[in-house]
Design a protein around this ligand. Structure first.
Ligand SMILES: [Zn+2]
Length: 57
């Protein structure tokens, strides 16, 4: 696993966690990574579209 920039805090992390896969109509997609600190705050899984469920605030 090579370092990647966290998509949430924009910091370089040596242990990136894949949180989302971005698909493009033309060309290959890419994966968004988050640092271990931000990963729990992001929705896991390559969901194409996610509804907004009621949260606890
Ligand atoms: Zn982060």
């Amino acid at each position: 696993m090579s370092p990647a920039v966290c998509c949430r805090c924009k910091r370089l992390t040596a242990a990136p966690v894949p949180v989302r896969y971005i698909e493009r109509a033309s060309g290959p997609g890419w994966t968004l990574y988050a640092c271990p600190d931000c990963a729990p705050h992001l929705t896991p899984g390559p969901l194409p579209a996610e509804t907004a469920p009621p949260t606890h605030g």
